[in-house]
Design a protein around this ligand. Structure first.
Ligand code: COA
Length: 260
């Protein structure tokens, strides 16, 4: 599939999706959102893809937010529809049962920060900067910022970012738990690839089950989430991967998982 605003490459079971509008700091216009939706649908279906890295083109930005030139003229109903459409696409990244890492290579603002937060993990270059500047434009976040930011960093820290529109650097983003790791800019993609590689060496059914348990369990009462975990624990006992994992441990060799 040919994309006009994304680059999609696959190597060694890892798909790298690059938002590619560097002249506009990779701002999310309608086409980017639509193409992200098409890309995530293709990645869901493609059994050769086992993990995803999401990043931005150029040295300056991951994604500097929704495209303000489109927002400037929207009606209330268009605004609501834009928000719901973006939320649905971002949710598909979050709900993917293959690990997704945001490799944040620069400005990660507004919809960019919301997109990164919909990924399972975030690795930032030391040049990255984060913020939810929507209030400076007289709007609020529309792609999940008020929902995912408090869950990631706590309500007080989230509200400080959401209400001031201020930017923080990568070190501060790490300190408050917004990103998992900070690495030198030139190490960003190698580190993201290595971290994803570690996950892809695990049993794929187990990885999918953990993603599902954490994703679905997060919204459930504790007793239901614990039951879901127990069901996964039991179900995975029926897999060849479990037998292989345990046999390999006992034989002191590396397991060869086949995802069945
Ligand atoms: N939407 C549309 N265009 C954007 C954009 C956005 N969110 N962010 C940057 N751009 C465009 C600029 O308009 C500029 O385009 P031009 O060269 O055609 O004039 C280009 O990207 C480069 O940005 P510029 O502002 O010149 O870079 P800078 O280094 O001076 O500033 C930022 C970088 C990120 C601080 C600044 O671009 C900015 O504040 N962007 C908006 C961030 C935002 O509010 N996001 C939330 C939107 S809801």
């Amino acid at each position: 599939m040919a994309y006009t605003t994304l680059q999609l490459t696959t190597q060694d079971a890892i798909a790298t999706v690059t938002v590619n509008r560097p002249d506009k700091l990779n701002a999310l216009n309608t086409t980017v959102i639509e193409e992200l939706g098409q890309a995530i649908a293709a990645l869901e279906r493609d059994s050769a893809v086992r993990g995803v890295i999401l990043t931005g083109a150029g040295p300056k930005a991951f994604v500097a937010g929704a495209d303000i030139s489109e927002l400037a003229s929207q009606s209330p109903l268009e605004g609501k529809a834009r928000s719901l459409a973006g939320q649905a696409v971002f949710r598909r990244f979050e709900a993917l049962r293959k690990p997704v890492i945001a490799a944040v290579n620069g400005f990660c603002l507004g919809g960019g920060c919301e997109l990164a937060m919909a990924c399972h993990l975030r690795i930032a270059s030391d040049t990255a900067r984060f913020g939810q500047p929507e209030v400076k434009l007289g709007i609020g976040p529309g792609y999940g910022g008020t929902v995912r930011l408090p869950r990631l960093v706590g309500r007080g820290r989230a509200l400080e970012l959401l209400l001031t529109g201020g930017m923080i650097d990568a070190a501060e983003a790490w300190r408050i738990g917004l990103v998992n790791r900070v690495v030198p800019a030139e190490r960003l993609l190698p580190e993201a690839t290595a971290l994803l590689g570690q996950m892809l060496a695990m049993g794929p059914l187990a990885v999918a089950a953990v993603l599902e348990a954490v994703d679905a369990g997060f919204e459930m009462p504790q007793a239901e989430a614990l039951l879901l975990e127990a069901n996964h624990f039991g179900l995975l006992s029926a897999t060849a991967d479990m037998r292989e994992g345990m046999a390999a441990f006992l034989a002191k060799r590396t397991p060869r998982f086949e995802g069945r």
